[in-house]
Design a binder for this molecule. Structure first.
Ligand code: NAI
Length: 326
């Protein structure tokens, strides 16, 4: 199987190269991310390997099909960037890596929550500048506070375990509750109303798009901490900015945000950002952003590479496809 690998970073090669040799698969590593403009690079490959910020809309898929691609290997869990209807129409198979390391993402969610809460992003820079004062660094205890987990899949469940470890009361919202999960399910309204920390772990679907908007923010407690490690489109950024300006939040910590796809995984330090909402978010002292790195642990990277290449092999050998996206 010849695989065209888009958006290659050094850490991708580190894990994919030796494993693909071991498994007898041939990978061409391309640096650009996959868009309709870069899709022709896939000529002569039966599969493409894509990540969260690649654009797999109808146009891109049609070009890939023309170039001979039959298989989309997503090296991630989310698949909101793929036009599945178009893929079906073109008879292309889409495979993903579900739940490669829920703990990697949940641990990052708690790291973000704590860093933003205790203003570690500010403290780090202050001390480096010989400013040992504590002004602007006051946080809140999480012990005995209420954590509200939106989405109780693999990552949400890992986050529930972590929050319990902090001595928090945990409540959760999920339209498809997990039987026997040791958590109190409540309505989304109740969760917004009761939680001191809200962490989003549901996928981006049409029905979850902007699940956090002005109306949802108005229902939250004053001084709430909001964390999003799931997908940027869950939060309506304009409304979030208004909420932050109105002093609603103690802290906001985002690994994902609406304008991220042209920013993440690239060095823009010499550029003037014309992404208005991201630049505005970066201007607030109680907001912490990271670059969609929740998945970035050694354990997760190894599993992503292994499952992606096993998906390719299962397709090639006509085996049952465990990780198909329909
Ligand atoms: P999962 O499929 O195990 O769980 C998703 C849960 O969301 C399910 O329990 C489902 O019932 C629930 N859900 C569906 N609709 C909902 C709604 N309207 N409201 C609340 N919950 C709803 O997925 P997993 O593995 O836990 O991943 C969750 C998300 O995390 C992924 O969809 C992806 O967007 C994101 N992610 C982010 C990463 C990062 O690097 N920041 C890495 C991996 C995943």
């Amino acid at each position: 199987m010849k695989i065209a690998f888009f958006g290659t970073k050094s850490y991708d090669r580190l894990w994919f190269e030796p494993l693909s040799t071991q498994k007898g698969q041939e990978i061409t590593f391309f640096r650009p991310r996959l868009t309709s403009e870069t899709a022709p690079l896939a000529r002569g490959h039966r599969a493409v390997c894509a990540f969260v910020n690649d654009e797999l809309g109808e146009d891109t898929l049609a070009i890939l099909k023309q170039e001979g691609v039959k298989l989309i290997l997503l090296r991630c869990a989310g698949y909101n960037n793929v036009d599945l209807k178009a893929a079906r129409g073109l008879e292309m198979t889409v495979l993903r890596v579900p739940g490669y390391s829920p703990e990697a993402v949940a641990e990052h969610a708690m790291a973000l929550a704590m860093a933003a809460n205790r203003r570690l992003h500010k403290a780090y820079n202050k001390v480096r500048d010989n400013d040992f004062s504590l002004t602007g660094l006051t946080g809140v205890n999480l012990y005995q506070k209420t954590a509200g987990i939106v989405g109780t899949g693999k990552i949400g469940q890992a986050m529930i375990r972590i929050c319990k470890g902090f001595g928090m009361d945990v409540i959760a919202y999920d339209p498809y509750p997990v039987p026997d999960l040791d958590v109190k399910y409540v309505s989304l309204q109740e969760l917004l109303h009761e939680s001191d920390l809200i962490s989003l772990h549901c996928p981006l679907f049409p029905e979850t798009h902007h699940i956090i908007d002005a109306e949802a923010i108005a229902q939250m407690k004053d001084g709430v901490i909001l964390v999003n490690t799931s997908r940027g489109g869950l939060i309506k950024t304009e409304d979030l900015i208004n909420g932050i300006k109105a002093g609603k939040f103690h802290a906001v910590a985002l690994d994902v945000y609406e304008e991220e796809s042209e920013l993440v995984y690239e060095d823009h330090s010499d550029n003037i950002l014309d992404h208005t909402t991201t630049a505005r978010l970066l201007s607030f002292p109680n907001v912490l952003l990271t670059s969609h790195q929740g998945f970035l642990t050694k354990e997760a990277l190894y599993t992503i590479a292994e499952v992606t290449l096993d998906n390719a092999a299962a397709y090639e050998n006509g085996q049952e496809l465990q990780n198909i996206v329909r």
